[in-house]
Design a protein around this ligand. Sequence first.
Ligand SMILES: [Zn+2]
Length: 90
Amino acid sequence: MKGNEERRAIITLDKLNTYGRIEVDRDELRAAVRVAKAALGKRIPLRARAEGNDDQDYYLCPSCQAHIVVAAVDLTDDYCYSCGQALDWD
Ligand SMILES: [Zn+2]
């Protein structure tokens, strides 16, 4: 199920007590940190890449390479529909 990895990471990170002591398995914590970093990274806008010749109607998501169809520059989405990557159109 989509999102299971993220849910497991949140549960693991919740196991850290308020004093910051680690009370979880180190491998489990490493996996949770990796998932958290990937999720945070998707919030940092990345530039969508124009694909093809001079045709600006199609772009690729810089994270998942999904095709993004743009009807007009002022109608761009802030996030990739496929993976949630924040997109920078400036
Ligand atoms: Zn994407």
